[in-house]
Ligand binder design. Structure first.
Ligand SMILES: [Zn+2]
Length: 230
């Protein structure tokens, strides 16, 4: 069942590794079939090069396994929390890519310093709060999903398809698993550019609003002019 979704999610996970975003096995991508309420995710600890569509684990939205002989990624509870809270998303990725993780560890949002950032993320990429001792002692991964949802109160997930979990690393999402992984690559690139910019000019302010808005609108929204007409 769900052959196409399994193939997409398998490909997205291999891409996450091939792009250097997930050192060792520190990353995972998932996708959802909304009509069936089934999430397809990477199995825990498996090497990306050995990953086949048949290995992909299918989960229900409550996190229980619907199909699969392997244990799902240990980050699965955070993925399903995001699918439940953000009905417009179709794919989720998590990784420990160096530069985005550096911002997460510093507990600092990624400021919008240029048009590369503005094209993909509407405003700064936010950072969550730290989990409390009680939260960390309980279902730590599900609580990680909950603090992301808490941080997005009043924000539009598809306007800023990324977040930094404080002291941990980034999560991204998109219309499907491939889009979530692409947003992870954009996030890592933008984080690296921001870090280099802040090294050269620590006091530089954010990109002026008129430029940030202009660039975001060029790729998103009703007047989008980027790319080719379908
Ligand atoms: Zn992690």
């Amino acid at each position: 069942v769900l052959k196409k979704l399994r193939e997409e999610v398998c490909r997205a996970n291999r891409e996450l590794s091939a792009r250097g975003l997930a050192p060792l096995t520190w990353g995972n991508a998932s996708g959802i079939d909304r009509s069936r309420g089934i999430v397809a995710i990477k199995p825990s600890g498996l090497e990306y090069s050995r990953l086949r569509p048949a290995d992909i684990v299918l989960l229900r939205l409550d996190g229980s396994v619907a199909e699969g002989r392997l244990k799902p990624s240990c980050d699965a509870p955070a993925h399903v929390a995001l699918y439940r809270a953000f009905p417009e998303i179709g794919g989720v990725a998590h990784a420990h890519s160096i530069h985005a993780t550096a911002f997460a560890q510093a507990g600092r949002p990624i400021p919008c310093l240029g048009t590369t950032h503005a094209d993909s993320f509407h405003g700064e990429v936010p950072v969550t709060r730290q989990l409390s001792a009680e939260e960390a002692a309980g279902d730590f991964v599900a609580r990680t999903g909950a603090v992301i949802v808490e941080r997005f109160a009043g924000l539009q997930p598809m306007e800023i398809p990324a977040v930094l979990v404080a002291g941990h690393g980034p999560f991204t999402w998109g219309t499907d698993a491939a889009a979530a992984v692409e947003n992870m690559l954009v996030l890592e690139t933008v984080a690296r550019m921001a870090l280099e910019t802040l090294r050269l000019a620590p006091a530089i302010g954010e990109l002026p609003a008129h430029l940030a808005e202009r660039h975001h609108a060029r790729k998103h929204g009703p007047g989008a002019s980027y790319g080719q007409k379908p």
